[in-house]
Design a protein around this ligand. Sequence first.
Ligand code: AMP
Length: 427
Amino acid sequence: MRVLVVGGGGREHALVWKIRQSPLVKEVYCAPGNAGIARQARCVPIGVGDLQGLVGFARRERIDLTVVGPEEPLVKGITERFQQEGLTVFGVSSKAAILEGSKSYAKKLMKRYGIPTAAFEIFGEPQEARNYVKSRGVPLVLKADGLAAGKGVFVCRSLEEAYRAIEEIMVRKSFGQAGEKVVVEDCLEGEEASFLAITDGETVVPFPAAQDHKAVFDNDEGPNTGGMGAYSPAPVMTDALARCVMEDIMLPTVRAMAQEGRPYKGILYAGLMISKEGPKVLEFNVRLGDPEAQPLMVLLKSDLVPLLLAALDGRLSQVKPVWENGAAVCVVMASGGYPGPYQKGKIISGLDEAESMKGVVVFHAGTKWEGGRFLTDGGRVLGVTAQGQQVAEAIDRAYKAVGQIHWEGVHYRKDIGQKALRRGRRE
Ligand code: AMP
């Protein structure tokens, strides 16, 4: 088979790395890819939003399967476009991608179908939002309705913060059209977990639960980022809890989407808060998380490609993915200053040493190859991922590899996976 992966971050590197190992696959392409991906796939300079360019390429190169990494092309309708041309593509339709593309849609759907989530109201006018915030009281969470690259969510502990968030989202329109509506929801307490599954629209096959680290600094301090690290499995997700998430959230959501005339075929990712009353949905994503995809791809023992094809053919009930026993941890190495302004073009050293270490895979996110060496080329630069018998071993290996890699101004969190260790010690 000839496979095209759409995207150019760490998640797509992990997908390319895994897909390349499939005996079914002869050639892997990636659009646009990055310098690390270019060592394992043929990268083509087509942006993820250029649906016309992507369709044209897939037709010309007779691509047998296209796998879409990020949400943007899914929301824009890449799946329908490919299908209209008779091309096979793994990713939800734009009709189903509304579950991520519009938070107000997702919240209303959850309310209609009794799927547990925080109480909320939706507003199209800033003054109405301010009045509600004042009467409801803090803490509250304010969210821009549309896609905002993970930056449109404000957890507000004072009224001033909430008013500022309304100003930012609705008046200054910092997230453009995404801020035409705002979702104001109650603040939930608990531990977060990422619950991902693959579905053919009926059968839902869960992946091991993962945990992301969104804040830029240790102990979850500082502004939110795209994700500074992840590990899987997440001990907070016990088997009993996972069954409850399947019964109360994943299956009802897939059924609800079918009932709404938006059949859901692809990856369903529920960002959860494990509250005292049980798991509640913070948000849905319609694709693999980045960086959750990195540990998940390392942990997946069986072939990914037949799993994707089974989902497309409605045969998931016949396939059972096999997972490695231990744990995997991904530590994101970022440019100093990220998620704010940062410099690019710094020389990265120590990659070979890190990659030669046992159980370690270095996924690239923002790198470029110039003058015979790798340079930094983005906010999140690398996802150093390691596997171990237990999470402690995976953490140890990941940080030993991280210690080999250097560039001027490099920043990474030192506490990725510590929540899993703490929980392990308590139990
Ligand atoms: P979202 O993009 O909706 O997952 O929100 C980003 C982050 O904001 C989440 O990972 C949580 O840390 C936080 N968050 C979102 N909604 C809530 C909520 N209702 N209560 C508490 N924290 C929240």
